[in-house]
Design a protein around this ligand. Structure first.
Ligand SMILES: NC(=O)c1ccc[n+]([C@@H]2O[C@H](COP(=O)([O-])OP(=O)(O)OC[C@H]3O[C@@H](n4cnc5c(N)ncnc54)[C@H](OP(=O)(O)O)[C@@H]3O)[C@@H](O)[C@H]2O)c1
Length: 322
């Protein structure tokens, strides 16, 4: 497993990280705890040390599973979690006030809750689960960040950038308090490469890539006949004629990538690691089979520069979360 330096530190995190939303069992329906634990343990055995969870993923359930897996493995992991917005609105609306979203004492209380779920004394990386750069020059979030660092409860701080708004976080990065961004970047949404990546390279801020498969679209497994379990958020994400549209676009991508890659999911991950600014990519993985496929894909390294150029034609400006 290739390990990459985290932010300005000498700490190394795995280039393939583990996205822990699905194993939390809310919004994603169908995870089985025994299978999730088996997959977490196999990931640790394979050298993955970076796990991305959040308090809201199953109201602490995902954090609990990750904390248990760490203790059982006897290994020290680099665990990232997230403070949910107090108003529970995703993403942060443009007119949202910091006081309603991340007041100081609320940030501290939620972090302590995450620590209990993880059964740990500290969290390696705590991220704001939404962000609005208009809050950059307010004090509440900065005071909470500094206090939790001073108390040894959080080592590093990051922002999980709002869906498809990759520049909405750059101002906060200029304060020097932010060590990493988590952002959507994949063959469809290529925008982070324009401004966010160069900013991070220059300032030694780590980039964590979420939703590498566009919630499954870029695995090639979603088409007009795909059904999701009742209550699964993807019924809404892929509503109407979106599954048909996705299938058409993914078939076009496959026509380009098949000369160099063995599967659509391989192409999707290798596209992402072709960008040097990327520290870690965190696909959601409830099943061991998918974990092993992704480890094999990552080990093949970046795409050729010719294929990368061709990928530019597959940009798709959309927001299925709305
Ligand atoms: N606002 C935020 O901060 C935010 C929002 C979204 C996501 N995230 C983070 O980013 C992570 C990744 O995003 P995501 O899980 O939403 O979406 P994703 O990684 O784009 O897609 C996950 C889906 O891909 C499937 N999959 C994984 N590897 C595969 C393979 N090799 N072949 C076929 N299918 C494969 C998974 O199946 P199985 O699960 O069945 O294995 C799951 O259905 C999350 O888990 C979470 O940690 C953060």
């Amino acid at each position: 497993m290739l390990m990459k330096k985290f932010a300005k530190t000498d700490i190394k995190i795995s280039q393939l990280g583990f996205g822990c939303w699905g194993i939390g069992k809310t919004m994603w329906i169908g995870a089985d705890d025994a299978e999730s634990k088996k997959t977490l343990h196999r990931a640790i055995e394979e050298g993955i040390n970076f796990f991305d969870t959040a308090l809201v993923y199953g109201n602490g359930h995902s954090e609990t599973l990750v904390g248990e897996a760490e203790k059982e493995s006897g290994k020290k992991l680099f665990i990232a979690s997230k403070v949910p917005p107090k108003n529970m609105i995703w993403p942060a609306p443009d007119n949202a006030k910091l006081k309603e979203t991340f007041p100081k004492n609320y940030i501290i209380k939620r972090t302590e809750q995450s620590l209990r779920n993880l059964n740990r004394d500290y969290i390696d990386l705590m991220q704001f689960h939404v962000w609005n750069d208009k809050w950059t020059h307010e004090d509440d979030w900065k005071e909470a960040v500094l206090k939790l660092k001073k108390d040894g409860k959080v080592k590093f701080w990051g922002i999980s950038i709002n869906d498809h708004q990759p520049e909405n976080g750059i101002e906060a990065g200029k304060t020097g308090l932010i060590d990493s961004y988590q952002v959507i970047f994949n063959i469809f949404d290529q925008k982070p490469a324009e401004q966010l990546f160069p900013f991070c390279k220059k300032n030694n801020i780590s980039i964590i890539i979420r939703v590498p498969f566009d919630e499954g679209a870029l695995t090639g497994n979603i088409g007009p006949g795909t059904d999701f379990p009742m209550g699964d958020f993807r019924n809404n994400y892929f509503r109407g004629n979106r599954k048909t549209e996705v299938k058409l676009r993914v078939d076009n991508i496959w026509n380009d990538v098949k000369k160099e890659t063995g599967s659509m999911s391989e192409a999707a991950l290798r596209y992402i690691i072709s960008f040097d600014a990327v520290t870690s990519v965190i696909p959601g993985m409830r099943k061991e089979k998918n974990l092993l496929a992704n480890i094999a894909s990552i080990s093949k390294g970046p795409l050729s520069s010719e294929l990368l150029k061709e990928m530019k034609t597959h940009k798709w400006n959309k927001n299925f979360y709305e």
